[in-house]
Design a protein around this ligand. Structure first.
Ligand code: ADP
Length: 296
């Protein structure tokens, strides 16, 4: 079983002719409200594929929180670990102009109130899980507590997004650490001497994770472990909306690893899931079933 520990946000999206400058008011389209947040996205993506999935997260006792819970349950996610209250549900306020450029303000809200105590109180969820997947839209001290509560025979998958320096204890637990190009650059800082993703993977591996996956958008991905570095084939598709592709990739990878697949095969499957996700609008709305992935 897969346990996703992370954020759940309501994405509030308004289309505008022009994004407002300082002091300016512009009129926009009707409001669209979409379930989002990296934790919520991953849980829905995994459940849609058929993975037995639980989400450990925090939402507010408000309409957005209920919307997010409904979206999780509709996808088949076990929401017994979703805590309610303490702050308003996390929200992303998004304006999008006709060229597709956006401006985003995030209020972490309840996501910022998911505490180490909440992790300790969820120990039964951890014991039921073969793979635990986390991101960084919750407090780092909470992610540290996740690592400390991993069952001995489980596997930890981390997408360090938004990226920030990680304690050795967290890095050492990752199997794999999954980064896109931007996250790789931030984590490597001055150490990033090369433009070759293979080099980033090797440098990241030297920081202590047991394995590393670098996602490269339309170019696919690569995997790195003590077995070496290998390219994962990209899948050619007509991209419509890449929102949430990385979350779908990570969820699929975590699920296949939990099913016992080797890293390179799990990543190749995840690349197919990511490819389907970019052919459709939205994040959670774009995630495929296993049958849709097989039909690609
Ligand atoms: P993120 O969304 O975190 O920035 P990427 O853009 O690297 O992550 O996308 C994650 C994965 O989704 C990629 O490794 C790839 O497998 C798939 N993917 C993303 N964009 C495309 C695309 N245009 N065509 C095919 N696959 C894609």
């Amino acid at each position: 079983d897969l346990l996703v520990v992370g954020s759940a946000n309501a994405d509030l999206v308004i289309g505008v002719e022009r994004r407002p400058g300082p002091g300016e008011t512009v009129l926009g389209s009707d409001l669209a409200v979409h379930p989002g947040g990296k934790g919520g996205n991953q849980a829905v993506a995994a459940a849609r594929l058929g993975a037995r999935t639980a989400l450990l997260a925090r939402v507010g006792d408000d309409a957005h929180g209920r919307l997010l819970l409904d979206a999780q349950r509709a996808a088949g996610v076990d929401t017994v670990g979703v805590l309610v209250g303490g702050a308003p549900t996390g929200v992303a306020l998004i304006t999008v102009d006709p060229s597709g450029d956006n401006s985003i303000v995030v209020s972490p809200g309840a996501n910022g109130r998911l505490t180490p105590d909440d992790i300790r109180a969820a120990v039964s969820l951890f014991h039921a899980s073969r793979v635990v997947s986390a991101q960084l839209e919750i407090p780092l001290e909470t992610v540290v507590e996740v690592v400390r509560n991993l069952p001995p025979d489980s596997r930890f998958v981390l997408n360090p997004s938004p990226p920030r320096p990680l304690p050795t204890e967290v890095l050492a637990a990752c199997d794999p650490l999954i980064v896109n190009e931007h996250e790789a650059k931030v984590l490597l800082g001055d150490a990033r001497v090369s433009e070759e993703p293979e080099d980033w993977a090797r440098l990241l591996l030297a920081k202590g994770p047991r394995s590393v996956v670098v996602t490269l958008g339309a170019a696919g991905a690569l995997v790195a472990s003590s077995d070496g570095v290998a390219r994962v084939p990209s899948v050619k598709v007509e991209a419509v909306d890449t929102t949430g592709a990385g979350d779908a990739f990570t969820a699929a990878l975590a699920w296949r690893l939990g099913a016992g697949e080797p890293l390179a095969e799990a990543a190749a499957y995840a690349a197919r899931v990511g490819a389907v996700a970019v052919t459709r609008a939205g994040a959670q709305e774009s995630y495929p079933t296993a049958a849709e992935v097989a039909a690609l």
